[in-house]
Write a protein that binds this ligand. Structure first.
Ligand code: AHR
Length: 328
């Protein structure tokens, strides 16, 4: 599909060169030059998600796109409905962050048949047909899990809080079936393999929410003996775990070490206070790169199949240094 910002003259020339493709494909924004992007968001489950939504909206505005934004409230069926509606409205480009990895082929084939390019952002889909999307922009979640595990391996002596010779870890998983939950668990398990003292004794989903993290941590505190470490797949669940640990009379960060992923402001504040011990960053500010990729795809330019976000890690000291300037 051609980007709508082509000049009228070049559009005429292109039509002359490819007569059969012109005039047959009316779209949502016919009558003006604005590119229309349909974006299906996972929901509003976490601080990360809020920052991601704000970034997408602000960047779409700055790029002059008309954004049709749909919040799926954590449900795959809502995302499928939204994508079908974008197809019906003949948007120029569809972008979405899939709530879970599997079950997308049919709707993505519908978008392909309608000649609407699809860009995956934040999370991947599990499909053998990579022609169903143009590119995937987002973090390397396996690497994030590995970074969390490596820190634990390097700090294992300290993390054996009760001094019994084992590092007993409980894991608060993200949404079941979601790429970041699957990949972070995989990366973490791979990294801790190198130290037989470190074991994950319990692992359950807290659905990436603060409430979920709190409830699962309460049940772990009742069912598990000698918990040394919590690995939470995001800050929000780690913050929920802090509440549960404090309510049980223990001190988060000291009596139980906490490792999380994201580095949103609330998480970084808890890290700077020593309630969390280590955070692996996951950058939600994907808006500018997404609009840039959409422009390139609509211009017919080659884009890489995978664009990986650059990220770092934070100790309490590093969090204290950057907290005041943290954007999200
Ligand atoms: O897909 C990114 C993950 O989704 C973030 O780490 C988490 O906070 C969010 O809900």
């Amino acid at each position: 599909m051609l980007k709508k910002t082509v000049t009228a003259a070049s559009a005429v020339l292109m039509c002359a060169a490819a007569v059969s493709g012109c005039g047959s494909d009316s779209s949502a924004s016919d009558g003006n030059d604005q590119i229309v992007m349909g974006f299906s968001q996972v929901g509003a489950e976490s601080g990360w998600r809020t920052a991601n939504t704000e970034s997408i909206k602000a960047s779409a505005k700055a790029a002059g796109f008309e954004l049709k934004f749909s919040d799926a409230q954590g449900k795959q069926e809502n995302q499928i409905k939204a994508i079908r509606s974008f197809i019906q409205q003949k948007v120029d480009v569809i972008a979405f962050s899939p709530v879970v990895e599997t079950g997308w082929d049919t709707v993505l084939q519908e978008a392909k048949r309608a000649n609407i390019p699809v860009i995956l952002t934040d999370r991947a889909v599990d499909t053998e047909d990579t022609s169903l999307y143009k590119t995937f922009l987002g973090s390397d979640f396996v690497l994030e899990g590995e970074k969390a595990g490596q820190w634990l391996v390097e700090n294992a002596a300290d993390a054996d809080v009760d001094g019994d010779g084992d590092v007993n870890v409980v894991q608060l998983e993200g949404t079941t079936g979601a790429a970041p939950a699957i990949d972070r668990a995989e990366g973490f398990a791979e990294a801790i393999k190198t130290d037989s003292k470190i074991k994950v004794s319990a692992s359950q989903t807290g659905d990436f929410t603060r409430d979920g993290g709190k409830q699962v941590m309460e049940s772990f505190l009742n069912s598990e003996d000698g918990i040394d470490v919590v690995f939470a797949h995001n800050d929000d669940m780690g913050l929920g775990a802090i509440e549960a640990i404090e309510a049980s009379g223990l001190e988060p960060g000291k009596d139980i070490k906490i490792i999380t992923v994201d580095a949103v402001k609330d998480g970084m504040a808890a890290l700077a206070k020593g309630q969390i011990n280590f955070i692996v960053e996951c950058n939600p500010l994907l808006g500018d790169q997404l609009m840039d990729l959409a422009n390139k795809v609509l211009d017919g330019e080659e884009v890489p199949a995978r664009v990986v976000t650059e990220e770092t890690t934070f100790t309490p000291e590093q969090a204290a240094e950057v907290l005041a300037d943290r954007k999200y």
